[in-house]
Design a binder for this molecule. Structure first.
Ligand code: NDP
Ligand code: HEM
Length: 485
């Protein structure tokens, strides 16, 4: 029995006579400019790609829900964190340095970007699977990323370039320890944690302030590939992690994460033993024990990858009442960078796309621009005497704090135990098992043994790891066959 099928149309809805043949002057003659259908098809194809993300280009995502189970109203007035609240969300996972077609299982941090469609607007927690980062000043971010991407001359990734940057930037040691451990090659996105990484400000209804860190702990358990397993997985399937997530959700096996927060009273930041706004540091659990506050579950696959995942636009500047930025310099830099890149990559009206637009009503005086879907009506300015939206100055009261000082360009203030190596040393000495340590050493040695890595760089690599721990340095020296400087 034949199924009735719609007639193909142009994008203007006009029925077309052929999907197969262009219009020509005789069967063997040249084609005609009047064949509007052909022209539209080729011209649209020529414009199918938007620029890929400058970092975190390769990824995948899913929809889900965040359910809050504990009362944290003593710390934040944010509606999204009220006990019993359920908030729809979209989560995108990614690798950092590779391009759109890159293998999912390469050694790299993984992005863990959550967009919460709250009743007070979108709240984006744009984190990674690591609680820390390589650098602590946004000035260094483009240089750091260039060192992880491709050389100018031969367009190749270059391990010498990576180690050159890392060993000349000792603040990278903590994150590089995590990256070179088996956590740098997760088995799947379902089997890793996510971290907000930065410190954020929370304030409650009484306008008391707290510093907070977010941890999304995988309920599936941590599971990693070894170096060799990750390489084998990449050879077998470039898209292992996208496939794994999509397949799990499709069969109803919905992955979940327990949301924990570490909360520091506002005043304690001033003389805490580590500078709490330094993104290369964690807050030890014994100082600020993580508190379980809810569960994030992924339960629905996107239907259209380009529309919903490729055009998803996360921005650390999307913060809702009850949450505000801390002075973490990296966070401050990111507040600018993301909306800026979205305007370039997707366009001025990226927030009107379904995956990005808030679920609550928008009352803004921003209007017009390319590809605007709907537009606010009159009045088109504020202040006005015509019942247009009015801002609420009481919102500001919560997020303000005093900041004074001379205008400088300097490193952040060192607190009592601030040192680039103390926390990676704790990881090596106190947290890692013998197997973790063995894999860390072999992963470092494998990575730094790439033919392009210069002897001079290898010597600095040994010194870098000796600073973390003398045993680690000695084992790397032995593996690389150099002694250090
Ligand atoms: P704890 O012993 O209380 O916590 C150590 C944490 O390290 C664990 O809870 C776990 O965090 C994480 N971890 C466990 N095994 C590994 C591993 N093989 N590789 C990487 N991380 C692992 O000690 P502290 O809080 O004092 O932290 C000690 C060190 O642990 C830190 O210097 C840091 O390097 C690392 N760490 C600390 C975290 C924190 O927020 N305090 C978070 C992650 C690592 P999780 O469950 O979050 O994976
Ligand atoms: C993506 C800039 C640090 C996590 C991006 C993008 C830019 C960027 C331009 C591409 C966004 C897009 O095109 O959609 C920066 C700058 C940083 C910084 C300037 C430092 C100053 C960090 C840190 C983290 C992080 C510290 C994690 C804690 C992410 C994630 C994405 C991303 C997860 C991908 C988001 C998605 O899935 O679309 N970053 N970044 N970045 N960044 Fe950063």
């Amino acid at each position: 029995m034949s199924v009735s099928r719609p007639v193909t149309t142009t994008d203007s809805g006009i029925p077309v006579p052929s999907d197969e043949f262009s219009q020509s002057v005789g069967a063997d003659g040249p084609l005609l400019l009047q064949d509007h259908y052909l022209i539209q098809k080729l011209a649209h194809f020529d414009r199918e790609r938007v620029p890929e993300r400058v970092v975190h280009a390769k990824g995948g995502g899913a929809y889900g829900v965040l359910e809050i189970t504990e009362d944290v109203s003593q710390y934040t007035l944010a509606d999204v964190f009220k006990r019993g609240k359920r908030t729809e969300l979209f989560l995108r996972f990614s690798t950092v340095a590779g391009e759109l077609g890159f293998a999912d299982t390469v050694r790299d941090p993984r992005g863990f970007a959550v967009k919460l469609y709250t009743e007070e607007g979108n709240y984006d927690i744009v984190g990674n699977n690591t609680p820390i980062f390589f650098i602590r000043d946004p000035q260094k971010f483009p240089d750091f990323i260039h060192s992880q991407k491709r050389r100018a001359d031969n367009h190749l990734h270059d391990n010498n370039m990576q180690w050159d940057f890392w060993t000349l930037s000792p603040e990278t040691a903590h994150q590089v320890t995590l990256l070179m451990s088996d956590r740098g090659t997760p088995y799947s996105w379902r089997h890793m944690n996510g971290y907000g990484s930065h410190t954020f400000l929370w304030y409650n209804a009484a306008r008391e302030k707290f510093w907070v860190k977010y941890h999304f702990k995988t309920d599936q358990g941590i599971k990693n590939f070894t170096n060799d397993e990750a390489a084998a997985a990449a050879a077998a399937d470039l898209d292992t992690h996208i496939r794994d997530l999509h397949t799990a959700i499709k069969k109803g096996d919905h992955p979940s994460w327990t949301l924990q927060v570490q909360v520091m009273p506002f005043e304690e930041a001033a003389d805490y033993r580590f500078n709490p706004f330094d993104l290369t540091k964690i807050w030890p659990h014994e100082d600020y024990p993580p508190i379980d506050i809810g569960t994030l579950t992924l339960n629905r696959n996107p239907q259209n990858y380009f529309a919903e995942v490729e055009q998803a636009a996360f921005e650390p500047s999307n913060l809702v009442p009850g949450v505000a930025p801390s002075p973490d310099k990296m966070l401050q830099g990111r507040l600018f960078s993301y909306p800026d890149t979205h305007r370039y990559r997707i366009g001025a009206n990226y927030l009107q796309l379904p995956v990005n637009r808030p679920k609550n009503a928008v009352h803004s005086y921003n209007r017009d621009g390319a590809m605007r879907l709907d537009n606010p009506g009159d009045p088109v300015y504020a202040p006005n005497s015509h019942s247009g939206p009015v801002a609420d100055p009481t919102l500001l009261a919560g997020e303000g704090y005093e900041a004074t000082g001379e205008i400088v360009r300097s490193a952040h203030r060192l607190h009592a135990q601030d040192d680039d190596f103390v926390q990676p040393r704790a990881l090596w000495e106190q947290v890692m098992t013998d197997v973790d340590r063995e894999h860390l050493v072999t992963n470092i040695v494998a990575h730094a043994s790439a033919p392009e890595v210069l002897t001079e760089t290898k010597e600095r690599i040994v010194d870098y790891w000796r600073n973390v721990h003398k045993d680690l340095g000695s084992r790397v020296a032995q593996g690389l066959g150099v002694n250090g400087k």
